[in-house]
Design a protein around this ligand. Sequence first.
Ligand SMILES: *[C@@H]1O[C@H](CO)[C@@H](O)[C@H](O)[C@H]1NC(C)=O
Ligand SMILES: *[C@@H]1O[C@H](CO)[C@@H](O)[C@H](O)[C@H]1NC(C)=O
Ligand SMILES: *[C@@H]1O[C@H](CO)[C@@H](O)[C@H](O)[C@H]1NC(C)=O
Ligand SMILES: *[C@@H]1O[C@H](CO)[C@@H](O)[C@H](O)[C@H]1NC(C)=O
Ligand SMILES: *[C@@H]1O[C@H](CO)[C@@H](O)[C@H](O)[C@H]1NC(C)=O
Ligand SMILES: *[C@@H]1O[C@H](CO)[C@@H](O)[C@H](O)[C@H]1NC(C)=O
Ligand SMILES: *[C@@H]1O[C@H](CO)[C@@H](O)[C@H](O)[C@H]1NC(C)=O
Ligand SMILES: *[C@@H]1O[C@H](CO)[C@@H](O)[C@H](O)[C@H]1NC(C)=O
Ligand SMILES: *[C@@H]1O[C@H](CO)[C@@H](O)[C@H](O)[C@H]1NC(C)=O
Length: 342
Amino acid sequence: MAFPFPTTIFFFFFTLIISSFFSLHSAQPPPSSTLGFRCTNATTPSANCYSLIDYHLPNTTTLSAVQSLFDIKNLRNLLAANNLPTTTPHNRTFPAESILRIPFPCLCRNATGISNRRPIYTVVPDDGLFHIAAEVFSRLVTYPQIQLVNNITDANTILVGQRLWIPLPCSCDEVDGEQVVHYGHFVAAGSTVEGIAEQFNTTERTLLNLNGMADAKELQASSILDVPLKVCKSMVTSNSLDYPLLVPNGTSIYTANNCVRCRCDAMNNWMLECEPSGLALPRGQTCPSTLCEGTSFNLGNITSGSGCSRSRCVYTGYTDGRINTTISRDSTCPGNNGLSNV
Ligand SMILES: *[C@@H]1O[C@H](CO)[C@@H](O)[C@H](O)[C@H]1NC(C)=O
Ligand SMILES: *[C@@H]1O[C@H](CO)[C@@H](O)[C@H](O)[C@H]1NC(C)=O
Ligand SMILES: *[C@@H]1O[C@H](CO)[C@@H](O)[C@H](O)[C@H]1NC(C)=O
Ligand SMILES: *[C@@H]1O[C@H](CO)[C@@H](O)[C@H](O)[C@H]1NC(C)=O
Ligand SMILES: *[C@@H]1O[C@H](CO)[C@@H](O)[C@H](O)[C@H]1NC(C)=O
Ligand SMILES: *[C@@H]1O[C@H](CO)[C@@H](O)[C@H](O)[C@H]1NC(C)=O
Ligand SMILES: *[C@@H]1O[C@H](CO)[C@@H](O)[C@H](O)[C@H]1NC(C)=O
Ligand SMILES: *[C@@H]1O[C@H](CO)[C@@H](O)[C@H](O)[C@H]1NC(C)=O
Ligand SMILES: *[C@@H]1O[C@H](CO)[C@@H](O)[C@H](O)[C@H]1NC(C)=O
């Protein structure tokens, strides 16, 4: 089982050649072992949050292969992050070069954010760290980063069956005083910082600052840029197990032990819409009631009242065995889009 395998050596030298090529010809820094995105504003010394990253498919592949590579527990979480219908089959094929958004838990420590002990990749015969970083995970990480978090002293010595933690970059920082979801955006050839800022409704200055870039000209094609995604307003209370529930535009999330599905659509005035997930739970498990207390209103139900006022049953959080809801009124009258509790 002992390495080095010939391919490992090959990739190792290949990497050296590539890095010296870049340092000689394009003034790029050599592959860095600095981890993750900057994560300094988290309120606690180690913060956890939900994050997204673009996976640029190296080969034609199926959803279930991607799910398994990134250790995503349920296919529906991958579908929800990509706004794909819940009925999408696990063997749906996506062509090489397409992009899927990968949902994962982020952990911030020591001013950097990386995926929290996942995904775990198991070494197969003829693997090498450079190959795993570049051709399996499409450069979401560099091989020195894998080396660093797994305490590997010699990059040429990895063992078949060895389990490697792949440290995907992420952050839990607030941006300009707002909670956001940090999204590792794959920079397509020809894109500009200005264009990306416009696409995700942020500013060029915010992107440069977040990514430690002095100038927009530093943007490199195929790199991963930290993009803060604005999230929908929710009424989840701070004692709820899923607080803060951060759901960006165009994605959904399952919460409350999979009993509730919440969706964010900017078109709905940036208000989080939650409803019973309707999922079949494992045998012996049932969901607690999702009715708004004392009514026959279920989570997500809306009724129109007199004039332009509306009432809806909204999600406010969960703890073991209980889902909390409240009736919330809003107005469709022009110039009034605030929520108010009853
Ligand atoms: C996908 O899986 C379904 C059953 O789960 C099967 O009927 C179908 O033939 C598969 N499609 C492909 C392209 O493999
Ligand atoms: C935290 O980061 C500093 C500087 O990057 C480094 O010297 C130190 O070893 C790190 N501490 C831990 C616990 O990773
Ligand atoms: C993609 O294909 C290349 C070439 O066959 C292979 O080396 C690599 O491991 C594949 N990547 C994945 C994620 O399957
Ligand atoms: C690497 O070593 C450090 C310090 O000895 C330890 O805290 C950490 O858990 C180790 N990481 C892995 C993946 O074994
Ligand atoms: C982090 O917090 C500092 C001080 O509160 C603030 O100046 C800075 O803009 C924040 N960074 C981000 C990315 O929001
Ligand atoms: C973009 O962001 C600004 C400021 O945060 C906001 O006023 C505007 O409505 C947003 N645009 C869209 C289309 O959401
Ligand atoms: C749910 O509601 C109960 C009763 O009002 C309250 O005691 C509890 O703190 C709430 N839990 C959450 C997570 O909001
Ligand atoms: C929200 O997401 C949809 C696609 O899911 C996109 O078409 C729309 O432009 C986004 N809106 C904002 C304001 O980001
Ligand atoms: C209330 O919500 C439930 C669960 O989502 C749904 O099945 C039902 O059709 C809704 N009823 C009304 C009147 O909207």
